[in-house]
Design a protein around this ligand. Structure first.
Ligand SMILES: NC(=O)c1ccc[n+]([C@@H]2O[C@H](COP(=O)([O-])OP(=O)(O)OC[C@H]3O[C@@H](n4cnc5c(N)ncnc54)[C@H](OP(=O)(O)O)[C@@H]3O)[C@@H](O)[C@H]2O)c1
Length: 256
């Protein structure tokens, strides 16, 4: 149990009202963490937090809505977490945006700017807000949910993939800067996962086949199949791992 024990740790997970973020919050709570559920909509966040408290006991989860596009709202997320739980030990930058599908030649400045803002700069903002207390305690784990898109070129989601590659480099850079203070920064790169975010991909039979045929496991993933990687990266089991990208994709990136 010790390797994966998160008892007493406080975890903030953005985009945790549904999908991968929700699964990460639920599994981290199961492993003992106190969790902060956050997304733009208060209602769904409260529902997830209430369910976790009902299962694991009052005081194990709070809901703090915040739009990752807003620096003020991210600061409020950090401040309300510190006020409620006194500290942040684990930060999962999971929420992301993809308002455009198509070739790079067709993307407008507003779309590209929004992708880079929400998927890279907002992660940097939130990490900057949380890091000082981690550095002072010489302990902390930051996890960015990237994508295997950040490892590949793709004609449909190029701008999104550029942002996800930047997340991997953000993790490598911060890992170098903060390793001496024992603050670890890693990313998870999921393959296609059955969530609303990727619905336009897995609901299209042709696109689904393009992903599942070459994948050794012959299927797409479920949100809960990403959560274990996040628990690992937050827990003592990964104490010697930093700056890395953990690929969880049914094997598609290693297949010919
Ligand atoms: N699904 C896949 O195939 C896949 C593959 C690789 C990587 N990923 C990555 O996995 C992460 C989670 O995606 P998912 O598939 O789990 O998506 P999802 O099921 O659609 O959930 C997205 C979550 O993020 C929140 N959110 C969206 N925009 C936000 C914003 N501006 N500010 C704050 N919260 C926001 C949503 O709630 P609200 O609408 O209430 O804000 C929701 O809680 C993303 O980083 C995505 O790039 C997904």
């Amino acid at each position: 149990m010790e390797l994966f024990d998160l008892t007493g740790q406080v975890a903030v997970i953005t985009g945790s009202s549904k999908g991968i973020g929700k699964a990460i919050a639920e599994r981290m709570a199961e492993h003992g963490a106190k969790v902060v559920i956050s997304s733009r909509k208060a209602g769904p966040c409260a529902e997830v937090a209430d369910a976790i408290n009902a299962k694991h006991g009052e005081g194990r989860a709070i809901a703090v809505p915040a739009n990752i596009a807003s620096k003020e709202e991210l600061q409020r997320l950090v401040d309300e977490t510190n006020a409620a739980f006194g500290r942040i030990d684990i930060l999962v930058c999971n929420a992301a945006t993809n308002p455009y599908a198509g070739p790079m030649a067709g993307i407008n400045d507003e779309q590209f700017g929004k992708i880079l803002q929400n998927n890279v700069v907002s992660n940097h903002w939130l990490i900057q807000m949380v890091a000082p207390q981690m550095l002072e305690r010489k302990a902390g784990s930051v996890i960015i949910v990237s994508s295997i898109g950040g490892l590949r070129g793709n004609a449909l989601i190029g701008a999104y993939n550029i942002s996800k590659a930047a997340d991997m480099q953000l993790a490598r850079n911060l890992a170098v800067e903060w390793g001496p203070s024992n603050v670890r920064v890693n990313t998870i790169a999921p393959g296609l996962v059955q969530t609303d975010f990727a619905r336009y991909l897995w609901e299209n039979p042709d696109l689904l086949k393009q992903v599942t045929d070459p994948a050794p496991l012959k299927r797409i993933g479920q949100p809960d199949e990403i959560a274990g990687a996040a628990v690992y990266l937050a827990a003592p089991a990964s104490a010697y791992m930093t700056g890395q990208t953990l690929v969880v994709d049914g094997g598609i990136t290693i297949a010919w």
